[in-house]
Ligand binder design. Structure first.
Ligand SMILES: [Zn+2]
Length: 690
């Protein structure tokens, strides 16, 4: 009867967006007929509104998970990072009370399968399922769905849910990008009208630059899974490596006119992966589709999204040996609380939450019901038997000035074993990345060796292959990344085993730093070849030093210094002569560089330290153009480079304020790539006056 009345009410008000939104709450229920443990608070009870009525701020989502942690022995919450804006990131571990009593042993057993697959049996281990939500902050339905999914797993008293938690450990990362997500939610709340407006052109559906997709520095965290530039990624991967899940789902949203994207994806595929990856991706997709068919939710499979590039949340888990997957709900930043699609369907936030909730539950179900198959897929994919190609090792010559150390440290964060030669050696069948020719190459003690006979071979080969095999060239976006080429390293790969004696690298490799010849009487020099020399320059300016830069190289009888090397003449900084040694020590520590004291300015070869080729360099005033139509990604990268890596303060100027700014104040103006060229920013006479 209730249904009839509702339907009648709905028909009466069918033209009203409000009515359609209300009806969505009736239509899209979160398994309301199940038995739930009354001692566990539901999201609606905790928040004071039904999911789908509002967007929930980061702190409230986290508070809800903390509440679940308090109320239930099935869930524990763990902090793994803090964002630039000071928001804490957490993941929840959900399993049966019995498994939770034993959770560290379960985790260790899973790790031993990941690290020693050939000598570890599957036995009756639970399958580890990891679900990640809202990496793109303006794809906001998923964090709402994460709360309901966690509630269902923790409070569901039905036999099916109980069985799942006996057979699975479910890790939920409810919000991977809180800075971007809260940016979106603040904007949305400040733009929303009292009267629901489903017109996609309305303000509340038209987000402002730079949008909530990215993190504080406008980086796409869903391209950072491998490179680990940001604290969100660094903390997540540290936690991920402690768990090494067999299954991973990354929840996203796409344009509101698109129906739900369900697995599997499209080509090109990463052909390094075992062939069975496709079978499993399809099984998870079909598990969801069964639910969607029943609920009349529309979807599409095998379209648009490929998982070729390894730095997505949908692909990284696969090169770590598991089944990496993607979900894309229609909605995105224009979704609001409800939006009308091109074919006049009213897509509600309630439905978007429902769809992702349904998928989350379906993944746990499919994983728990297939745990033996998934564990044996995982065991196989991290075993040597699944390795393709004949590369035995990748060799990175020790170079303390380029990106080699950064790459080595990045690899170790992903659990890759890196060795270091303890003797000089010659390697046959060794191919240099830059010419590809096979030769006998000489390497030295201290060079880094990454062998492929280790469980992370899928990850290593995918990252290091100079050329990946590819079925077709239509990409979602990222198509090239070969690490030695991307980082400009003089590296090689070899198809023969490396016989040199080696030692394991067990700690992060550190760039050399420190002050040599403290108390020097003439000058201090910082070789420009050093990775962090630009940061040292910014700090010297900051400390008020007059700095020169070498236009020619010079040699003091011990070493040749490169062009660009920084020279601090004591005679030109005479007021600081009493503190300069202490300042240079601090500089060496803070900028992570070697600073060398010189007692004389007379060089053996090349220029003298105070030569006219030793040119004063003054701190430039730098402006960076931001806002529409400039690319927020490029603007963000430049801002990050100056703000974090170089620590040189710059002014970020909105395109709309530019013509009223006094350009004479700036020595350098950086213009990131833009959509539509500069004519989108200035008129012709303004461009002329530049
Ligand atoms: Zn996304």
């Amino acid at each position: 009867m209730k249904k009839l009345v509702t339907l009648f009410a709905f028909l009466l008000m069918a033209t009203s967006a409000f009515a359609q939104d209300e009806f969505a709450f009736e239509r899209f229920q979160f398994h309301a007929d199940l038995n739930y443990d009354s001692g566990i608070t539901s999201p609606a009870e905790y928040l004071g509104y039904e999911l789908g009525k509002e967007y929930t701020f980061h702190h409230k989502v986290m508070d809800y998970f903390k509440k679940l942690d308090e109320e239930s022995d099935k869930l524990t919450l763990h902090k793994y990072a803090t964002t630039y804006e000071g928001r804490d990131l957490y993941y929840a571990v959900i399993s049966s009370e019995e498994n939770q009593g034993n959770i560290d042993a379960i985790r260790q057993a899973n790790l031993s399968l990941a690290n020693n697959p050939e000598s570890t049996t599957i036995d009756d281990k639970p399958v580890v399922v990891w679900m990640s939500y809202n990496v793109h902050g303006n794809e906001p339905s998923s964090s709402e769905a994460a709360m309901q999914t966690a509630y269902r797993l923790v409070a569901g008293a039905d036999q099916e849910t109980v069985n799942w938690l006996d057979n699975a450990v479910v890790v939920i990362d409810p919000m991977m990008n809180p800075d971007g997500r809260d940016r979106y939610v603040y904007w949305y709340k400040s733009s929303r009208a009292n009267i629901l407006n489903t017109d996609a052109n309305d303000l509340e559906h038209d987000e402002i630059w730079p949008g909530g997709r990215t993190n504080h520095y406008w980086f796409d965290l869903n391209r950072d899974w491998v490179w680990l530039v940001h604290p969100e990624s660094q903390g997540r991967i540290a936690a991920y490596q402690e768990w090494m899940p067999q299954v991973h789902m990354d929840f996203h949203e796409q344009g509101f006119n698109n129906n739900y994207f369900a697995m599997p994806g499209t080509t090109p595929r990463n052909l390094e992966l075992p062939a069975d990856y496709d079978k499993w991706a399809d099984a998870f997709g079909r598990g969801l589709i069964e639910e969607f068919d029943e609920a009349n939710v529309n979807y599409a499979t095998r379209e648009a999204f490929d998982f070729f590039y390894p730095g997505y949340g949908s692909s990284y888990p696969s090169v770590m040996g598991g089944i990496g997957m993607l979900a894309e709900q229609g909605g995105h930043s224009r979704g609001g609380r409800a939006v009308e699609t091109d074919d006049e369907y009213v897509l509600t936030l309630r439905q978007r939450v429902f769809d992702h909730y349904t998928n989350g539950v379906s993944i746990v179900k499919t994983a728990a019901e297939n745990k033996e198959g998934l564990l044996s897929y995982f065991k196989n994919s991290v075993s040597q038997s699944s390795q393709k190609g004949n590369t035995k090792a990748y060799i990175l010559p020790n170079d303390e000035n380029d990106y080699t150390y950064q790459v080595v440290n990045m690899l170790m964060k992903h659990g890759v074993k890196v060795e270091r030669a303890t003797q000089n050696f010659t390697q046959r069948d060794s191919y240099n990345y830059w010419d590809g020719n096979s030769t006998n190459q000489s390497f030295e003690a201290g060079d880094f060796i990454i062998k492929t006979d280790q469980p992370k071979h899928l990850f290593i080969n995918t990252l290091f292959r100079k050329q990946m095999e590819i079925e077709d060239s239509v990409m979602y976006d990222m198509s090239t990344w070969s690490v030695p080429l991307a980082y400009n390293l003089n590296a090689s790969w070899t198809t023969r085993g490396v016989n040199a004696s080696t030692e394991m690298v067990t700690e992060e490799v550190e760039y050399k730093s420190g002050l040599e010849n403290s108390g020097a009487q003439y000058a201090y020099v910082i070789d420009w070849e050093q990775r962090h020399a630009p940061k040292a320059l910014a700090k010297l300016w900051d400390m008020g030093y007059k700095v020169r830069s070498a236009r020619r190289h010079f040699n003091n009888g011990e070493k040749t210094y490169s062009e660009g090397s920084l020279i601090v003449l004591i005679g030109r900084n005479f007021d600081k002569r009493d503190q300069i040694a202490a300042d240079m020590q601090m500089l060496a520590n803070e900028a992570n560089v070697v600073v060398e004291g010189f007692d004389s300015g007379r060089m053996n070869t090349g220029m003298d330290l105070a030569s006219s080729d030793s040119q004063p360099v003054d701190k430039p005033n730098v402006a960076l153009m931001i806002d529409s139509p400039f690319s927020s990604y490029t603007a963000g990268q430049l801002w990050f480079l100056f703000d974090q890596w170089t620590e040189l303060g710059i002014s970020r100027i909105r395109s709309g304020s530019f013509s009223s700014s006094d350009l004479e104040d700036y020595d350098v103006i950086l213009m990131p790539g833009s959509w539509g060229g500069l004519s989108g920013v200035w008129n012709e006479s303004e461009i002329e006056s530049l």
